[in-house]
Write a protein that binds this ligand. Structure first.
Ligand code: NAD
Length: 319
């Protein structure tokens, strides 16, 4: 397939390089100048797996202003707060009636933005349980063995068409392990709720996921956030794809067994003095609660606690 990745950061590079290795024609579009310059200078991106086997992969890289092509699908992997700017800069090459958009970004808010540029029957959303790090410009580290991690995908109209099936097949060939689900909002919100526990708490305390998972109070902390979020989704009529207990077990498994030594991507942002996506995760849940007359006190509190941690980090950087 002909695919263009918008946002050649950690996840954009992982999806793009694996899809390229599986035989697809992939181009990347990015706007971060030091990254673009480094990739041009090196003649590609240095790729590692679990900090090892560092090797150069050639990629086709453009900026929104230099890109001029016509892919079948645009794959979006920006941070939530970058998406508006990317879409504005990319608007000149997006054809609403023709192009498809696919994304596995974390948080909520991105789908409404994509709907301004793509027709509803051409938007495919998803979630990724795949950990990837961008140690610096021109360099990416895929966490986990080849074939590790998994993802869910679902078209916005919940009617998978031929393009969705072809994309699914290519993701499967690339060993990204997709599952096609049949409830769009439920699929995305279940992951938002998952991230609202691990990403947020580990980022606030600057700890690895295993440290949270092994903490005796982890269940109580997680359960409070899960209960608030599930109560809100029940009021909003959102059918989540796992039960509260299943979500708690998934959290436990992910933190203690799957990725105990990993820092969530939200932590990576804070440690680099970048803004986190907390407003699109816990903040989104709290706002949704307000809409349905439910005060999500814990989600509101932890949103501000992460902002306090960001503020502290910025002050440290200035000192
Ligand atoms: P990323 O920050 O690595 O890249 C996103 C964009 O930011 C890219 O355009 C990149 O070039 C730019 N960028 C990266 N570092 C920068 C810096 N220091 N200064 C300025 N610009 C910079 O983002 P990501 O981790 O690929 O995440 C994309 C989406 O996928 C997010 O919604 C994220 O939550 C989600 N996600 C990430 C992971 C993960 O493990 N990284 C896993 C699942 C989902």
């Amino acid at each position: 397939m002909k695919l263009t990745i918008i946002g050649a950061g950690a996840m954009g590079l992982r999806y793009g390089i694996l899809l390229q290795e599986a035989g697809n024609d992939v181009t990347f579009v990015d706007t971060w100048q030091p990254h673009i310059e480094k990739i041009k200078e090196q003649g590609g991106v240095y790729v590692m797996r679990d900090h090892k086997d560092r090797h150069l992969e050639k990629i086709k890289l453009e900026t929104p202003e230099t890109y001029n092509d016509d892919p079948e699908v645009f794959i979006f992997f920006t941070k939530q707060m970058q998406l508006d700017d990317y879409l504005k800069r990319c608007a000149h090459f997006i054809n609403r009636k023709k192009h498809y958009a696919f994304t596995c970004m974390n948080g909520m808010g991105h789908i409404e933005k994509l709907q301004e540029y793509f027709a509803d029957d051409r938007i495919i959303g998803g979630t990724a349980l795949i950990a990837t790090i961008l140690p610096g410009p021109g360099e990416v580290d895929f966490m986990g063995k080849r074939g590790a991690g998994k993802m869910n995908m679902c078209p916005l109209n919940e009617k998978p068409d031929e393009m969705c099936q072809r994309l699914f097949d290519e993701l499967e060939k690339a060993q990204i392990n997709p599952t096609l689900t049949d409830d769009f909002t439920g699929t995305l919100m279940t992951k938002v709720i998952f991230n609202s526990v691990i990403n947020t708490i580990c980022t606030m305390f600057q700890i690895q996921m295993g440290e949270f998972g092994n903490f005796p109070g982890a269940y109580k902390m997680g359960r409070q956030l899960i209960d608030e979020a599930y109560d809100i989704c029940a009021r909003a009529g959102i059918k989540l794809v796992s039960s509260r207990e299943e979500e708690m077990s998934a959290l436990d498994h992910n933190t203690r067994i799957d990725m105990p030594l990993h820092y969530p991507s939200m932590y990576q942002d804070m440690s680099k003095n970048r803004p986190t996506e907390v407003d699109y995760i816990n903040g989104y849940i709290a706002n949704l609660g307000r809409k349905y007359h439910y005060e999500a006190k814990t989600h509101t509190f932890v949103t501000q606690a992460v902002h306090l941690a960001e503020f502290h980090q910025q002050n440290l950087a200035k000192a």
